[in-house]
Design a protein around this ligand. Structure first.
Ligand SMILES: NC(=O)c1ccc[n+]([C@@H]2O[C@H](COP(=O)([O-])OP(=O)(O)OC[C@H]3O[C@@H](n4cnc5c(N)ncnc54)[C@H](OP(=O)(O)O)[C@@H]3O)[C@@H](O)[C@H]2O)c1
Length: 247
């Protein structure tokens, strides 16, 4: 049966000009290169947790380092299937993630019991899976959550984005990208230092069979209005753009 769920890469990048080309920075020292951007973090939380139909849950596939970059008190992230990709064959990563899932479930149960007025339940679940690669991860969520799987996201980092961009097959693949820039200081363009980069820049994407998506298309993918206008947050500005693989 052909896969029906499109795969959406969700990423925030900042331009790093080099002599040859502009790289797209995504990380520094195991975390994000910029201070907390409230608008982008809440966009990420809404988009990844909003399931397309009641009774379904979205999956987020991530590398083990990206999972570890989420504060321990928050992971695995609630109301989503957290899929952690690792080469660890000792079982240590798996044990740790499943222990953290049990802790999270206990916290959620305690919070639900102590809340007099319950939040309206959309039927989504909090879950975590450990997988040995991206393709195995996709196969597992498709099978295990058959009929209950919502949207499928790849949330980084660089290694997993690269694997997603290499995927063959006829599964539609899209990128929802937040462009992050520091506002100019005294006419000087100041950037963020980065040590981890999105595997391709826009020029290469467009060369390799990708197309820029319209704001309407991105709006449809994420389930809320998205415009490509720049928005200011303190001394940072952000813009949402989308790309789709066309061949
Ligand atoms: N700006 C953004 O939107 C964004 C999004 C996500 C992450 N980030 C940043 O990106 C950085 C992390 O990215 P990263 O590239 O260093 O790490 P990553 O992709 O998050 O994780 C790498 C790890 O994933 C596992 N892995 C990767 N490819 C695999 C494969 N093909 N098969 C099996 N396992 C595989 C390995 O885990 P094991 O070592 O356990 O074997 C590997 O060490 C952080 O700075 C983070 O904050 C930024």
């Amino acid at each position: 049966m052909p896969p029906t769920n499109p795969l959406t890469l969700i990423v925030a990048t900042t331009p790093i000009p080099t002599r040859e080309k502009t790289l797209l920075g995504i990380g520094l020292n195991g975390t994000l290169p910029w201070p907390r951007i409230k608008a982008d973090m809440s966009f990420f939380a809404r988009v990844t947790s909003r399931s397309p139909r009641p009774g379904t849950t979205n999956a987020m596939i991530m590398g083990r380092k990206t999972y570890d970059s989420v504060p321990k008190s928050l992971r695995p992230l609630g109301k989503r299937i957290n899929v952690v990709v690792t080469r660890d064959a000792s079982g240590n990563v798996s044990r740790r993630v499943l222990e953290e899932l049990e802790g999270k479930k206990a916290k959620l149960a305690a919070a639900a019991a102590s809340t007099a007025v319950q939040n309206k339940d959309d039927g989504s679940v909090t879950d975590a899976i450990v997988s040995s690669g991206l393709e195995a991860a996709l196969e597992t969520v498709d099978k295990r959550f058959n009929g209950m799987l919502g949207n499928v996201f790849v949330i980084g980092g660089a290694e997993i984005y690269a694997a997603a961009l290499r995927l063959g097959g006829d599964r539609p693949i899209r990128i929802v990208m937040t462009n992050v820039e520091k506002k100019e200081e005294d006419g000087e363009k100041a950037g963020f230092e980065c040590d981890t980069f999105f595997p391709v820049d826009e020029a290469l994407l467009l060369e390799k069979g990708w197309k820029k998506a319209s704001a309407e298309e991105v709006t449809e993918w994420v389930g809320e209005p998205v415009s490509s206008e720049w928005k200011d947050e303190g001394d940072i500005r952000i813009q949402m753009v989308g790309y789709k693989r066309v061949n």
